[in-house]
Design a protein around this ligand. Structure first.
Ligand code: PFF
Length: 486
């Protein structure tokens, strides 16, 4: 069977790495990672997070890139082609459809949070954050959200910037943008870490991130770490698979995956090293929750020499990180419309942008005019977050590893991954047994259907992996046939 010819390819060797790192590094690293580390108690959480990146993030990411490159298309088209090549059921396309939808839905609320970062860059500059207490800064944050024009204006700006970059194309739009944004982001981050180093709180911040306290290892924290590993690496949302479809044939999937995962992790840790010292130096609590960077941090900056300048730098960095992630969320949809209906990327971006604006408008209104509309206790913004992170990403993750581990013809992944035999066997073991069980555990627990105490869970997980391995080997031929629809 002849393989699909790529319509688009990254221009330079670094194209994929910069774009995929741009996708991975985002609000998840700079906004969410520090505050959940704060909530779950520091070093122990960091260690669990690293373990999840290694055990799940990396194998799943390799799988997505390999399927994307083999199928050369949007998630739906790429999956359709690889299952066709394997003689499998076209039903698997639904996994691609769900991933694409998840990416789109994440974008609908992500533009709101990204809009906060853009707005705070300006607020830091014009003195609107010159308050004297965290409570007063909380008031500023609430006032910002209560005004639909202000909140909406910033979110729409982020959405338009995102669409404009994506409409310009893979090389001229995305690759050009990440080529200067990513190095810029790295420089800004290093400057901020240097600044934090001089704040007087560096050793407290460092200890908080890296000192290990075994009592903090709880089931709850492990699950938060696992869920975050998915989100931070942009998995099961179409982004990485689509970017992988532009990866030239000669480049190693494993090596690029490791580079992206390492860069993503370093940024999360460096963001922690930039934020916590400043928080500690000003006698604040690391566990302030989602408001950590929007309430505590601006106050801390004000109390420090040159704080305003570094505060502006910080929020500008968050804005860039958010933008390079946002573009990856909509790329799958644009690639799909472009391929399926033959419309130009510009028209595809315009059409998806129209839908994006309507849905994200509802997400913005959840903070003001529609704040009273909370079916089943959640506003629209929370629903988007809940549906994607609790349901769609874990389910998508399970299906993608099952597809690669059980249904695809084995030579397909072997060719694409092109690993030494031992490394290939390890990848296969991870996607067949370890990843599905661990993701299932997060999924069920997140739904509240699975409880366990901190010690028993390890036996539970190890037992489930073992059992699945045995059953998997015994039942494999039948599972393969059933999944292949024969
Ligand atoms: N990885 C991004 C972050 O950490 O902020 C979030 C993300 C990007 C999720 C792209 C999903 C996606 F498709």
């Amino acid at each position: 069977m002849t393989r699909e010819k790529p319509k688009n390819l990254w221009l330079s060797r670094w194209g994929f790495i910069l774009a995929a790192t741009g996708s991975a590094v985002g609000l998840g690293n700079i906004w969410k990672f520090p505050y959940i580390t704060g909530e779950y108690g520091g070093g122990a959480f960091v260690l669990m997070y690293l373990a999840c990146i290694l055990a799940i993030g990396i194998p799943v990411m390799m799988t997505e890139i390999a399927i994307g490159r083999r199928g050369r298309g949007s998630p739906i088209d790429a999956i359709s082609r690889v299952v066709k090549e394997s003689g499998g059921s076209q039903l698997w396309k639904a996994v691609g459809g769900m991933a694409m939808l998840a990416g789109f839905m994440i974008l609908c609320f992500y533009v709101v949070v990204a809009g906060w970062a853009f707005a705070y860059t300006v607020k830091m500059l014009d003195g609107s954050l010159a308050a004297t207490s965290v409570e007063a800064l909380g008031g500023v944050f609430e006032a910002h959200n209560a005004n639909p024009w202000q909140l909406g204006g910033w979110s729409v700006l982020v959405a338009l910037l995102t669409l404009w970059i994506v409409a310009k194309g893979v090389q001229k739009g995305i690759e050009n943008a990440v080529r200067w944004m990513m190095p810029g982001l790295a420089v800004m981050l290093l400057i901020l870490v240097g600044y934090a180093f001089t704040s007087g709180g560096f050793s407290a911040g460092f200890d908080f991130l890296f000192s290990f306290d075994a009592s903090k290892i709880t089931g709850e924290a492990l699950l938060a770490a696992l869920g975050h590993a998915f989100f931070t690496l942009s998995l099961a949302s179409g982004a990485i698979l689509t970017y992988g479809s532009y990866l030239p044939d000669g480049q190693s999937v494993a090596r690029t995956t490791f580079v992206v995962a390492i860069c993503d992790t370093c940024v999360a840790l460096l963001a922690g090293l930039a934020i916590f010292p400043i928080i500690f130096a000003n006698g604040m609590s690391p566990s302030a929750g989602p408001g950590l960077i929007f309430m505590s941090l601006p106050l801390a900056f004000q109390q420090m020499p040159f704080g305003t300048a570094f505060g502006v730098l910080f929020f500008a960095m968050v804005s860039i990180a958010a933008l390079t992630s946002a573009i990856s969320m909509i790329e799958a949809t644009v690639a799909y419309l472009n391929e399926k209906y033959g419309v130009s990327r510009f028209k595809a971006a315009a059409a998806s942008g129209a839908v994006l604006l309507v849905i994200s408008l509802l997400a913005m209104l959840s903070f003001n005019l529609m704040s009273g509309w909370t079916p089943m206790g959640k506003n629209f913004f929370d629903w988007l977050d809940y549906l994607t992170s609790r349901w769609m990403m874990p389910l998508g993750g399970i299906f993608i590893v099952l597809l690669a581990g059980y249904s695809l013809r084995s030579d397909i992944m072997r060719d694409e991954l092109n690993l030494p035999p031992l490394a290939y066997a390890l990848w296969l073991f991870m996607v067949r047994y370890v990843c599905p069980v661990l993701i299932m555990v997060v999924f069920l627990h997140a739904l509240g259907w699975l409880m366990f105490d901190p010690v028993a869970q390890w036996y539970w997980i190890a037992g489930a992996v073992g059992l699945l391995a045995v059953l998997g080997e015994l039942l494999r031929p039948r599972v393969v046939l059933a999944l292949a629809g024969r």
